[in-house]
Ligand binder design. Structure first.
Ligand code: DCP
Ligand code: MG
Ligand code: MN
Length: 339
């Protein structure tokens, strides 16, 4: 997944970490965000230990490891396995749920509805379920979207978009983001920031969502647009799939349109990872500030239950480094932004 993972074999807790990572992956597939986060934090702590952690008392004394995770660590050391993980692996209902949850854009409530309707396979869904357009694409290209994309191919998708856009307007810049910018050897999708210095959003929008996207469809590089929720999209995003010439594997592609003055905040957001972003946002809110993909804001007034009352005033959005400085966080290179 990330370059840090390969280091795990050199720690005295390598075997424990390996099994905890499998459990964490299971919770991630189940879209159980809390347990996924708890496991990731616990694994990070464990990876830093210079000695092997063998008892639940030793484990529970460490940061981010609660009693239940501590008990699991002891169980792994004593038995070389984790019953909970073995149980989930054997459960067929669970397997179906994980299959459905791994379809692009499918959440827990949709997956459970399908199970209650008696569907067990992707073929069942394709033949019998009433599907949205996104779900149809997610099922038809299930294997494509589940496959990791090698780093060189991520680069090729980025280059295709960049070359095409430069022909329309050489002033545009295209930057590959997400796990690629963190240095990952392969990625789940291709994330691109598109920007033209000194140019308004409306002008960029007209060129990118007008000429670029339609041109890339005509070139048979883009294959489909995937609908995004209006709540999450302010007209700066495009989601869909692309395919290189002479290939028939569709890849998920995300475009983010960014005005020059917001580039720092956008770089920070789109580099991730998502957990790192969450911790930066939490830190901002503890300092009375607010961080999102457009900027860092101060003087944000919140009610007693932390609900935001005012938007606050913009402090910084151009420079990624300045956002770290203002938040009092030592700079972390993209490859180190893994929690
Ligand atoms: N992001 C976020 N919160 C989300 C989704 C995304 O903060 N709920 C940010 C951080 C991510 C970046 O956007 O790193 C790109 O999102 P991806 O889902 O493409 O995730 P990655 O690129 O990090 O990993 P992958 O290789 O799986 O695509
Ligand atoms: Mg990505
Ligand atoms: Mn993405």
């Amino acid at each position: 997944m990330n370059p840090g993972t390969s280091l795990s074999s050199t720690t005295p807790n390598a075997r424990t970490i390996q099994i905890l990572e499998e459990m964490c992956k299971y919770y991630d597939q189940m879209q159980d965000q809390w347990r996924t986060l708890a496991y990731r934090k616990g694994i990070t702590t464990l990876r830093k230990q210079p000695v092997k952690i063998t008892t639940k008392e030793e484990a529970a004394a460490l940061p981010f490891i609660g009693t239940r995770l501590a008990e699991k660590i002891e169980e792994i050391v004593l038995t070389d396995r984790l019953r909970k993980l073995d149980n989930t692996r054997g459960d067929p209902a669970d397997k179906v749920l994980r299959l459905f949850l791994s379809i692009y854009g499918v959440g827990l409530s949709q997956a459970n509805k399908w199970i209650q309707a008696g569907y067990f396979t992707l073929d069942d869904l394709a033949a019998k379920a009433k599907l949205t357009d996104n779900q149809k694409v997610g099922i038809a290209h299930y294997d494509d979207f589940a496959a990791r994309i090698p780093r060189a191919e991520v680069e090729a998708h980025g280059a295709f978009v960049k070359d095409y856009l430069k022909k329309i307007d050489p002033g545009f810049e295209v930057t590959i983001m997400g796990s690629y910018r963190r240095g990952a050897k392969d990625s789940g999708d291709v994330d691109l920031i598109i920007s033209k210095p000194g140019t308004s959003m409306s002008t960029m929008r007209a060129i990118v969502f007008g000429q670029l996207v339609s041109g890339l469809f005509a070139a048979d590089f883009l294959k489909v647009s995937l609908a995004t929720s209006h709540r999450l999209n302010d007209g700066s995003k495009w989601h869909g799939a692309s395919c290189l010439p002479h290939s028939n594997t569709w890849r998920r592609l995300d475009l983010l349109l960014v005005p020059e003055e917001e580039m720092g905040a956008a770089l920070l957001y789109f580099t991730g990872n998502d957990i790192f972003n969450r911790s930066m946002r939490l830190l901002a809110s503890k300092k009375g500030m607010r961080l999102n993909q457009r900027g860092l804001y101060k003087d944000v007034i919140r009610s007693r239950n932390r609900e935001r009352i005012t938007e606050g005033t913009l402090v910084e959005s151009r420079s990624e480094k300045r956002i770290f400085e203002i938040l009092g966080v030592p700079w972390r290179a993209p490859a180190e932004r893994i929690c």
